[in-house]
Design a protein around this ligand. Structure first.
Ligand code: CA
Length: 349
């Protein structure tokens, strides 16, 4: 089977304080490649993201050439680090199946909020709590409504995109500009404490029930590598407002799965999301909110309509995570393997 990390992929990450590209089971230290911009001898991809699409394309082309020639010195993968300094983090709510299922549990009389089909609903999360795959997740304490450790610790299966170069305040990013502003994608686990969330969320939305940890994959898959897997998005009814309209194919055909302690518990596909990533970025900035290199925008939990496609335990109704449980998210688009997101629950730091 294809490794998923071949020449058609070449995701970016950070190892040992340097920006690297992953190729098969090795990495190429980009600061050692002649002719590349001087932005890789540092522990985040942000300076590279800031350069914009012409530089992204140029680097990808040069790295591909070096790897094809077989002349580059490759290193073993050793403990990949958080690849980005995430300045701002947004989490959307873009799966109609997830929103409807959760709505039925939290608000049986009003499962899908009135605005849900008019705009991609989201909230601003806590960037400082974003951690790389492999980081242990400490079970959070809080009011549930009595104080104590959460008894309803959950995962959320999500796909996130990473921005660069961004725009200043007052300048929205149009849905049609997405290729100049979305660098690539990571898998995201939006860890959630449902008992804390249920008690605190009205009227301003998630706060401590979500902000204790969000895990992302160590490898950022460039949008350039995912272009062959862009497919038509599902129909939207009613037709969205003008700033949310797009032309072309903007759903991502990425097969997703989650296992807990090695047991497969859900499978799905990102192509079923109601709101697409160009619409998410256009909506997040339509008011002129600034976007900077390395901002993270997550899709919201990706669920399907069939049994076994629930993107979180709240929907599956099969109980919650125990201390010692390890949750692993995986994604695959054709020959491309997205970086996995793994986390183990612990009771103390
Ligand atoms: Ca979420």
């Amino acid at each position: 089977m294809n490794s998923g990390f071949g020449l058609d992929h070449l995701p970016y990450g950070v190892v040992d304080g340097h920006c690297v590209v992953r190729y098969e089971d090795h990495v190429l230290d980009l600061s050692t490649v002649p002719g590349l911009p001087p932005v890789f001898d540092c522990p985040t991809l942000n300076r590279f993201l800031a350069l914009g699409r012409p530089a992204w394309e140029d680097v990808r082309e040069k790295v591909t050439r070096v790897l094809e020639a077989g002349t580059a010195t490759l290193d073993a993968i050793y403990e990949p680090e958080l690849p980005l300094a995430v300045g701002d983090y947004v989490d959307f709510y873009s799966s109609i199946e997830h929103a409807t299922n959760v709505g039925r549990k939290f608000r049986p009389d009003d499962p899908l909020p009135p605005a849900w089909k008019a705009l991609p609903i989201g909230y601003h999360g806590r960037a400082g709590s974003i951690v790389v795959s492999g980081t242990e997740i400490v079970r959070p304490h809080g009011l549930r409504p009595s104080y104590g450790p959460t008894e309803e610790l959950d995962f959320e299966l999500e796909l996130g995109f990473v921005t660069g170069p961004g725009k200043h305040l007052g300048r929205p990013i149009g849905a049609g500009e997405v290729r100049d502003h979305v660098f690539g994608f990571v898998l995201v686990n939006d860890w959630s404490a449902r008992d804390i969330q249920r008690f605190e969320y009205r009227p301003l939305g998630p706060f401590l029930g979500k902000s204790f940890a969000t895990s992302i994959s160590a490898w950022v898959t460039p949008l350039a590598a995912l272009e062959p897997y862009l497919v038509p998005a599902r129909e939207q009814d009613p037709e969205p407002d003008g700033y949310l309209r797009t032309s072309g194919d903007w759903a991502l055909d990425i097969a997703l799965e989650v296992d807990v302690n090695g047991v497969l518990i859900t499978q799905g596909n990102a192509r079923g999301l109601y709101w697409t990533f160009p619409q998410q970025l256009a909506h997040a900035t339509v008011n002129g909110a600034a976007v900077r290199p390395g901002d993270l925008f997550a899709s919201g939990t990706i669920s399907g309509a069939e049994p076994g496609t629930h993107g979180c335990l709240l929907e599956a109704g099969t109980g919650y995570l125990a201390d010692g449980d390890t949750v692993t998210l995986r994604g695959r688009a054709g020959t491309i393997e997205l970086g996995a997101v793994r986390g183990t629950i612990v009771s103390e730091p």
